[in-house]
Design a binder for this molecule. Structure first.
Ligand code: PEP
Length: 244
């Protein structure tokens, strides 16, 4: 199996001072045999973090990008702008963006095309609501999200993030994750053929230092997308150490 990947999504958190302290702790505390590690600070901290990672294997990621290269899009940031800042990954279609910014699968797909063109690796988030899981619709929902959000020839990463597990402290159970991962792999192969076998699938949703070992040992889990616990250096480094 290839190396796992641990992605920290800092969301809208971090003053310059917090950011400097956290990055320094991560750079200094990274274990020698670490998996691939990506941190995704807010846009405003990217230029601060980039030089601090210069001699570290930790990669820089962003939390969104626009589908266009430039133009009249107030408040947005394009993929080439991120690339110019040393960013190599971008989270797309996070449920918070789908909910708070009305992002549709089609928007996410267009952003993924733009990200890939700019040389970034897209991390596309998909996940069902609690109601959808309880009514047994989750597999249909995830299948549609894959179909709608992943562009043809997709060679990025998928993050399975059940919405009910994000920021709640209530991670999906290992059985739920294992079953859903198996479904997602089958669906990726059904929709993308042989290429679907190589798409990495991360789990996200209340991953922490206590559950990381069990989550990361589930078959098909290629790593984790971590929100809250990525803001604490000790917790994030424990998750990193639990990965292979
Ligand atoms: C996330 O927002 O992507 C996430 C997984 O958050 P948390 O780890 O806090 O549940």
């Amino acid at each position: 199996m290839s190396r796992q990947i641990i992605v920290g999504n800092w969301k809208m958190n971090g003053t310059r001072q917090d950011t400097q302290v956290l990055v320094e702790a991560l750079v200094n505390g990274l274990p020698a045999s670490a998996p691939d590690v990506v941190i995704c600070p807010p846009f405003t901290q990217l230029a601060l973090v980039q030089p601090a990672l210069a001699s570290s294997p930790i990669c820089l990621g962003a939390q969104d990008c626009h589908k266009d290269v430039s133009g009249a899009h107030t408040g947005d940031i394009s993929a080439p702008m991120l690339s110019e800042l040393g960013v190599s990954y971008v989270i797309l279609g996070h449920s918070e963006r789908r909910q708070e910014h009305g992002e549709l699968d089609e928007t996410v797909r267009e952003k993924a095309v733009a990200a890939t063109k700019a040389g970034l690796t897209p991390i596309i988030c998909i996940g069902e609501t609690e109601d959808q899981r309880e009514s047994g619709e989750h597999e249909d929902v995830l299948g549609w999200q894959i179909k709608g959000s992943l562009p043809d020839g997709f060679a990025g990463i998928v993050a399975y993030e059940p919405i009910w597990a994000i920021g709640t402290g209530l991670a999906a159970t290992t059985d739920q994750i294992a079953q859903t991962m198996a479904f997602l792999r089958a669906e990726l192969v059904r929709q993308f053929g042989e290429a679907g076998k190589a798409i990495k699938i991360l789990y996200g949703g209340s991953v922490n230092a206590g559950n990381a070992v069990s989550v990361l040992s589930i078959p098909e889990v290629a790593g984790a997308l971590v929100g809250g616990a990525s803001l604490k250096a000790d917790a994030f480094l424990s998750i990193v150490s639990a990965a292979s």
